[in-house]
Design a binder for this molecule. Structure first.
Ligand SMILES: [Zn+2]
Ligand SMILES: [Zn+2]
Length: 99
């Protein structure tokens, strides 16, 4: 599944945080919200810490549904580094509460 449900307010907040551009390639075209840590790995569906703005091309690339200059694993890692840096040292993208 490419995207779980994200409400419009959260989506807009993610776009605003990332300046309405792809966090990886800086493209402003066809931006979408991606979950950095997949739900199946315990990632939060709605936390901004687990959401990133990607263009359609990078988003398709990270899910492996379209060829990209980077491998899906490389794109996924770049997404992790982006949000981890942004929220450091308090990055917590998981569903469960800490502790
Ligand atoms: Zn991109
Ligand atoms: Zn995605």
């Amino acid at each position: 599944m490419i995207s779980a449900r994200i409400d419009n307010r959260t989506r807009k907040a993610v776009y605003a945080r990332d300046h309405y551009r792809c966090a990886l390639c800086d493209s402003p075209r066809y931006i979408q919200v991606h979950h950095v840590i997949p739900r199946g790995q315990g990632g939060s569906v709605t936390s901004m810490h687990n959401l990133i703005t990607l263009c359609q091309h990078c988003h398709a690339g990270v899910h492996g549904v379209e060829a990209h200059y980077w491998t899906p694993a490389d794109i996924a890692q770049a997404c992790v580094e982006y949000v981890a840096d942004y929220y450091a040292p308090d990055w917590w993208p998981y569903r469960e509460d800490r502790g």
